[in-house]
Design a protein around this ligand. Structure first.
Ligand code: PLP
Length: 481
């Protein structure tokens, strides 16, 4: 009963797990039955006790064994009576789940955020703080009025598409025809649909390095390979991009040219034109993510969207998340009509249709006569906060910072090179939560600060926290020399 053969490529503890599972499933070990003591089992199998313990722990976590301190391991008895029916080993399925992989550092941050903790300054979260989100009055609508508006097609609520098209026209002076617009449940759904419809597992996509896309599990889950391309002060470097395109047979280039997440960079007009030309010449579509478009300090004509430069080859996505909060869950995609139709169709098949409620409310907000004023007030406040945080960071001799021109991220790089695990912990100890650069690529020396979350009253706290963290890092370096 306790003879187990070694199998090539399978760690021995797993072989023990399989063996015991087999014994339970074919009834040789019965519910409630005691297993031999760990030491005895180790002797019988000719392995270390730790290997046996590892296997028993695994079986316990799977729910097949109960381990009681001092009395040993027992086959579990089902709650509804004794059962030896085989059960699905969900853990094995979940091992491949790309959505479950979270950075331990981010887990630690999230734990700090869930505690009622006034000591923590959250400049990590990628959203406006609640107090900055413009407030719009809701008209009193009857249920029937909502239902009447429900007459939407698969592209989304017509009234919202009109409002979005008008907003883009007003901002950039170019028309995104309503028939090319698809309303999505946030920009992320637009991205997800593009991956599903236009790409397949094994395809390569070029992105900026660093990029928030690096952090999204949807690429890994879809089997898409991401290749990072460095940026300079004008945006994505084209010679490096061309090399990646040639080397990896890139299927799509995905960029966030305005107020890039995480660096806050703005791609220059010249670079935009050259990027569009390069991709045209290789016949590779560009996905332009313009979720920060509405909170720009630069006029729309100075930095036209890539979509305006090349409407045919650019897929354009936007969102209300960065101005009205991500719970709004309203985004949009503009693609050539034939592509748009296919994407809308795919969404319908996946049954991801949108509810009329958020769409109608978003249309009401965008059509509110006060919308433009509220947006200008928001931009003014963002500018103030950006100046304050930028000034404080600029005074820090150890950090290199660029002044943003919109959005709400400030990217700061530690001048003395990459931060060690221990040094990243100083941020958590000080309660200064920022997004570490390793979320967005390979680099480990920069931080993304969401400056919109630092109110006037919080400035001294921010200043003290960043100074203390920096002092600790510098002291750690000196101690290690
Ligand atoms: C650059 C960028 N694109 C897309 C998204 C996703 O936006 P949404 O909340 O609309 O799904 C985010 C959210 O953080 C973002 O920063």
């Amino acid at each position: 009963m306790w003879e187990i053969k070694k199998t090539d490529g399978l760690p021995f503890y797993q072989a023990i797990v399989e063996h015991i599972l087999g014994l339970i499933k074919n009834g040789e070990l019965l519910p409630g039955e005691k297993l031999p003591a760990e030491r005895k089992l180790a002797d019988m199998l000719g392995v270390n006790r730790s290997t046996v313990v590892h296997a028993l722990e695994e079986l316990e976590a799977m729910g097949w064994l109960l381990r009681k301190q001092g009395s040993g391991s027992f086959v579990a008895e089902g709650k509804w009576g004794i059962t030896s029916t085989a059960r699905t080993d969900w853990r094995r399925y979940l091992e491949q789940n790309a959505f479950s992989k979270t950075e331990p550092f981010i887990e630690q941050m999230k734990q700090l955020l869930t505690k009622e903790n006034n000591e923590v300054l959250d400049l990590y979260t990628g959203e406006l703080p609640l107090e900055l989100i413009p407030a719009f009055d809701l008209p009193s609508l009857t249920w029937k009025q909502f239902l009447e508006e429900e007459q939407q097609d698969e592209f989304g609520y017509q009234g919202l598409r009109t409002a979005v098209s008008r907003m883009i026209k007003q901002q950039y002076g170019f028309l995104v025809p309503e028939e090319s617009l698809l309303i999505t449940s946030g920009a992320q759904q637009a991205l997800f649909l593009i991956l599903q419809v236009l790409l397949t597992s094994g395809d390569s996509v070029a992105i900026e390095d660093p990029s928030f896309l690096y952090d999204l599990p949807i690429f890994q889950a879809a089997g898409i390979r991401l290749y990072g391309v460095p940026m300079d002060e004008d945006g994505i470097e084209l010679s490096a991009l061309e090399q990646v395109i040639r080397q990896h047979r890139v299927k799509m280039v995905m960029v966030n040219p305005s107020f890039q997440n995480p660096t806050g960079k703005v791609m220059s007009l010249k670079r935009r034109q050259a990027l569009v030309e390069l991709c045209q010449s290789y016949q590779i579509p560009i996905l332009e993510d313009d979720v920060f478009g509405q909170i720009s300090e630069v006029s729309g004509s100075q930095i036209p969207p890539l979509k305006k430069l090349d409407p045919e080859n650019v897929l354009y996505i936007g969102s209300l998340s960065k101005i009205l909060g991500s719970t709004t869950k309203i985004g949009w995609l503009s693609a050539p009509p034939s592509v748009n139709r296919q994407i809308a169709e795919a969404r319908k098949i996946m049954d991801f249709s949108l509810s009329i409620f958020p769409q109608l409310l978003a249309a009401i907000a965008l059509n509110d006569p006060a919308f433009d004023n509220r947006l200008s007030e928001l931009k003014k406040e963002l500018k103030k906060r950006e100046n304050n945080v930028y000034r404080i960071m600029k005074e820090q001799p150890h950090w290199q910072v660029e002044r943003p021109q919109g959005g709400f991220y400030l990217w700061a790089t530690f001048k003395r090179g990459k931060l060690s695990q221990k040094e990243w912990q100083f941020f958590l100890k000080e309660g200064l939560l920022v997004a570490p650069s390793f979320l967005f690529g390979e680099s480990r020396e920069s931080i993304r600060i969401n400056f919109s979350r630092v109110s006037e009253a919080q400035l001294p706290d921010f200043q003290r926290k960043i100074a203390t963290v920096t002092e600790k890092i510098v002291a750690n370096r000196t101690a290690n020399i």
